[in-house]
Design a protein around this ligand. Structure first.
Ligand code: URA
Length: 434
């Protein structure tokens, strides 16, 4: 087999055979196939698509490019969760301890933020000492002993995806349904998931900006998940405006802690409860997601979720005094309100632009590996549909540099669209696929 023939076949819109997909993934993982040929194939896939059969074969080949974890001896059922990412999406920080506190062990491997979209690991690293590089043995032991782990993805799991994702990031080939679906699902299969909740974000601040595309992605991933893992459910959730109020690492961690204290913004709290409900139902702790949501609500109200989060932080070497007293978290030098000079209804708060403004403050990274400033970020004080008076605070900017604060202020004002007529609040969800 020759790689060039596989590229030509996909360029000419033919379906690839399983052996060809496996040849590509195996050769690319080993370093026998160079980046330029892998880029050419990724672009041909982006332009010409893949059948669902090809996508499944690509997913399985990537999943088997490294070790497959088996947690069946460790916990009764391994329910995993994945969010396709967005702005202000700190869901895992509150869902994992809530679900674990309800008796379903959660061991999650998360990622870092890239571009406008944040990452769970960066948020957790706002806690001094918190380790995100657990070994497989440490992962297993901690999951057994306290029923919760939040760490980084092990390099041994789906290494083909790690390589290919880095390449796609710099070759304009991220936004392809088969490539996104196989990237996400290969990692879930490799982590040994037996049931999966997929939180597929849709809107201005998501990979999928339109609902039809998001649905297609969700359907594809659910189909793969059901065949390769077990019960899989996708929720299509809004990412037109940021989730919750806080965007930026320490600020988001603090908002997650507020939620674990049974407070926090209403939309974020609701999302945490809904996602927890689905996970509890997938893990057969409750009969359905409604009952799961009620059980999760009780865990938040009773302080059980917070207690579990404390256990997690201690187990992973974090300084728990930052959880007990979030005012200790890194603070930005400048905290500036952005006030409205007009009155009217908020019609749009473009999540992507708020995310870009956070990156410009230093709170995110333009390129993989860039350092980030955990203290900076933006508090979005309102939601779409709110009526705003002149002088009301629209955003609070947390910055460590005057020039960056000024530029972020301009960016967030440009993220807004206004209406003189009442505007309906945005829904939290657009449907479920199971
Ligand atoms: N997240 C992933 O893990 N992979 C993609 O391709 C896109 C989002």
């Amino acid at each position: 087999m020759r790689m060039v023939d596989i590229i030509i076949k996909k360029r000419d819109k033919y379906e690839l055979a399983q052996e060809e997909i496996e040849y590509f993934i195996d050769g690319y993982t080993k370093g026998d196939i160079p980046d330029y040929q892998a880029s050419a194939l990724a672009m041909a896939i982006l332009l010409n698509g893949m059948t669902s059969q090809e996508t499944k074969e690509l997913t399985l080949a990537m999943a088997h490019s490294g070790e497959i974890m088996d947690l069946s001896e460790v916990i009764p059922i391994y329910v995993d969760k994945h969010s396709t990412g967005g702005v202000g999406d700190k869901t895992s920080l509150a869902v994992a301890p809530t679900v674990a506190a309800c008796g379903l062990p959660v061991g999650k491997m998360s990622g870092r933020g890239l571009g406008f979209s944040g990452g769970t690991l960066d948020k957790l690293e706002s806690i001094p000492g918190y380790r995100v590089d657990l070994t497989t043995n440490e992962f297993i032991n901690q999951l057994k002993s306290i029923g919760i782990v939040l760490t980084g993805q092990s390099a041994d799991l789906a290494p083909a995806d790690g390589k290919l994702y880095g390449l796609r990031d710099v070759t304009g080939t991220v936004k392809s349904l088969p490539l996104i679906a196989s990237s996400i699902m290969s990692k879930k299969i490799a982590s040994g998931a037996q049931a999966i909740l997929l939180d597929v974000k849709v809107g201005l601040g998501a990979f999928m900006t339109n609902l039809d595309e998001a649905k297609k992605l969700a359907e594809l991933m659910v189909e793969i998940g059901k065949q390769a893992c077990g019960n899989t459910v996708a929720i299509l959730s809004d990412m037109n405006q940021p989730l919750g109020a806080a965007v930026g690492n320490s600020l988001e961690l603090k908002e997650a802690l507020d939620t674990l204290h049974n407070k926090g913004p209403a939309d974020f709290r609701e999302h945490v409860l809904v996602a927890s409900g689905y996970m509890l139902a997938l893990g057969a702790v409750t009969t359905d997601e409604k009952q799961g949501k009620a059980v999760a609500e009780e865990a938040l109200a009773s302080g059980k979720s917070l207690k579990k989060f404390r256990q997690l932080v201690i187990a992973q070497g974090g300084d728990v005094s930052y959880v007990d007293d979030p005012s200790k978290l890194a603070k930005a030098r400048l905290v500036e309100d952005v006030k409205s000079s007009i009155s009217g209804y908020l019609q749009e708060i473009n999540a992507r632009e708020v995310g870009e403004a956070t990156v410009s403050l230093g709170g995110g990274r333009e390129r993989k590996g860039d350092p980030i400033d955990h203290a900076v970020g933006i508090i979005v004080e309102h939601k779409v549909g709110d009526y705003i008076n002149i002088g009301d605070v629209l955003f609070t900017i947390h910055a460590n540099d005057e020039a960056r604060a000024l530029s972020a202020k301009k960016m967030v004002l440009q993220a807004l669209k206004w209406s003189a007529k009442p505007v309906k609040p945005l829904p939290l969800y657009y449907g479920t696929i199971s």
